[in-house]
Structure formats: C-alpha cells, structure tokens
Design a protein around this ligand. Structure first.
Ligand code: SF4
Length: 369
C-alpha cells in the first residue's frame, strides 16, 4: 500500500480551529493510518495556534468517538479521521476528516466473477422455496449454506459498495460496470451510514431484494464477510491498493457458520451468562442487553450485565459463568471468538439457544441500525 496516495482533507479542520480559536484539539486516527499521525499533528500545529493531543488508544470506527475523558483533559474539539459521522452523539464537538485513496483499478479482472455471480442470482430469483414446508433438518442445512439461504429476491442487480476511502469513485465504477453490461445499484443505507454505497462491519442496511450479488471496492475481508453473512448473496472484491480481484469463498462463510452453529449447540445446557455492554458511544446497546437478561430469566437461566470500554478475553474469561452474550461491537463475537475460552454469542444466537428463534429464518447477522 502506497501511503502517499492517501489524501487527508485537513483544510476544513484547520479553518474550524481558526474560526473557533480552539487551543486544545484531540486527533483520533484509525489503526491503519497511525504511522502518519505525527506528521498530521505537525501540519495542524503549524497552521493553527492549537495544540494537538493524539488519542492513541485503538480506534476502529466512528462508534468509538473520543468522549468525556478528553473533555475532562480540557479538549475543545475532536478531529476524527477516516470514518464518517454516525447517528450518535459523543457529547463532544467533532470534525470528521475525509481520507480518500486515489487507486483506480481496472474492472477487467473482476468481470468473470461478476458474470458467474449474476448467474447464481438469476437462478435463485427463478427458484421459489417454501419456507413453511421445510423440515428442521433442512432448515439446519440451510443455516449452514449462506449462499443458498432464504432471501426474498425480486431482482438480480449488482450491488456496488465500498469502504469509505474509495467511495469517491463509486459512481464512476457504476458507469464502467453498466458499460460492461451489468445492471448496477449503489445501495443507500440508514442513519448509521453517511454515503451511498457505504458499508460498515456492523451495518449493511442498504441491502435490498432487488440486489442479487455484490461487488465490494476495498481491501481485506472484514466488510465482505459481514455483508455475505448478512445477505447470503455472492460477493466479489476489487482491491484498489493492488488491482486484484477475488470472490468471498462460500467455504469461508460456511466455516464461520459451522463455528457459530457449534457455539450455539455448546450453550444448550448453559445456565449462567455474562451479558457484555459496550461503553463506546456507538456500540452501547443497553436496551438490547436488558432484553437479553429478561429473556434468560424467562427461560430459567441467569444473566449478569458487564459494561466494558474494550472487550478482550483477559477482561472476561475469568468470570464464573458458562458463556457470554455480546451486545458491543457485533464483530467481536464473529471475528474473535476463538480467542475466548468460553462461548461468546451474539443476541440472535442466544435466542436460538433459548428456542425463541428458529433455523428457518437463516442466520441473522447482528446489525447495529
Ligand atoms: S463494526 Fe464494530 S468497530 Fe466497526 S463501526 Fe461497527 S461497532 Fe464500530
């Protein structure tokens, strides 16, 4: 990755600091850009009379905005880089700084994958499955088969999405893909998202039944895994950093679902649960946690509410409970569960354990709206 090809839009931030005559500003930078944080601090301090404090704790999303601790330190403004505004209020004035990458890969390598996925989508569209006639055994098979799972398709369009630093190219790519013969939709999601085509690891709310398959513009498989778990739809990836194209393999998703299935089964006899509540402003789902506690009580089991800013095995594994339910960042349970000594479930998975949710609905990704 050539870091020099990232553009950091600091102009608005510098203007705002000058207009407000801010003296102490916190800079929050995602993990992948931290190497350049000192350079940015220099640039802002040179152009303003503010002093910059780097909020050096890990930061993985706008869910994790600097909040009251920095206010107590006297910070007047938070400059949050590389993520977009969410439907949350951290209680601190915050300027979001856009970061874009100018990588502009050719679409040719991804076209054969997209054509194959369009065929899958068209086949699924023409098949009608009657969920109510499905046996328990068939339903469990369905649960395992992410791509074949029930999804009420009304179209086989290509959904074009990306991670935030590539979204400035999204409509340009839409035109290119349309010229290559695809019917393309750039999904527009809910209040947690700011831009057309945007996806987060915890939110794919732009998905619609007109979309039969996806192209993700970005690198890594964090967003693609969530999108396929959420939709069950085939997904191709085009990486602006390398120009490489590949697909999210069905085996990979199936492996994750098998792991989730195993964890659910292992909690069948679990009597006591730790219910994790995230303290970060955009991860805090207190009501969901309380609902899980009530559900457990209704089924004769016990739930203990545990609030944490960061979630990690060393912080929870020692509690004398049989399993945990996570209401903080949904990806902790999905991506990190092997790090924990005890089963770590999502709220949906707990409902399956308790018999309140059925396999027939397929796997329900834990989305934060
Ligand atoms: S996936 Fe997790 S870290 Fe990323 S925005 Fe969502 S809650 Fe935050």
């Amino acid at each position: 990755m050539d870091m020099n090809r990232h553009e950091f839009e600091l102009d608005d931030l510098i203007e705002r600091i000058k207009d407000n005559d801010n003296r102490l500003v916190a800079l929050q930078v995602p993990e992948g850009l931290k190497m350049q944080a000192l350079e940015m601090m220099d640039a802002i301090e040179e152009d303003t009379s503010a002093r910059i404090i780097l909020a050096a704790d890990p930061c993985y999303g706008a869910c994790d905005l600097v909040h009251d601790k920095m206010q107590r330190m006297g910070v007047e403004l938070v400059a949050h880089m590389g993520h977009s505004q969410m439907n949350i209020d951290s209680g601190m004035p915050t300027e979001f700084i856009n970061v874009t990458y100018d990588g502009d890969p050719a679409i040719d390598p991804v076209l054969p994958i997209l054509s194959a996925h369009r065929e899958i989508a068209q086949k699924r569209l023409s098949e009608s499955l009657n969920e109510s006639e499905m046996s328990e055994e068939e339903a469990q098979e369905r649960f395992m088969d992410a791509v074949g799972r029930v999804s009420p398709l009304k179209g086989a369009k290509l959904g074009l999405v990306g991670s935030i630093q590539h979204l400035h190219l999204i409509f340009d790519y839409k035109e290119r893909l349309e010229s290559a013969g695809f019917e393309v939709e750039v999904p527009v999601g809910g209040a947690r998202l700011s831009f057309p085509g945007q996806v987060l690891g915890c939110n794919y709310s732009g998905d619609s039944d007109e979309i039969g398959h996806y192209l993700f513009l970005g690198s890594g498989d964090f967003h693609p895994i969530g999108l396929v778990l959420h939709t069950g739809k085939p997904l191709a990836m085009l990486d602006p950093y390398t120009g490489g194209a590949e697909e999210m393999s069905f085996q990979r998703i199936e492996g994750i679902l098998r792991q989730r299935f195993g964890l659910i089964m292992s909690c069948d006899q679990a009597k006591t649960f730790g219910i994790l509540i995230g303290e970060k402003p955009g991860q805090m789902r207190r009501n969901l946690a309380l609902r899980m506690k009530r559900k457990l009580e209704k089924h004769g089991r016990k739930g203990y509410l545990l609030a944490l800013e960061h979630v990690g095995p060393e912080l929870i594994d020692f509690y004398p409970v049989d399993a945990f339910v996570n209401t903080a960042c949904p990806r902790i349970a999905i991506d990190d569960s092997v790090r924990y000594a005890k089963p770590l479930l999502t709220p949906f998975e707990l409902e399956v354990v308790l018999g309140d949710k059925k396999w027939e609905t397929g796997y329900k990704f834990d989305e934060i709206p």
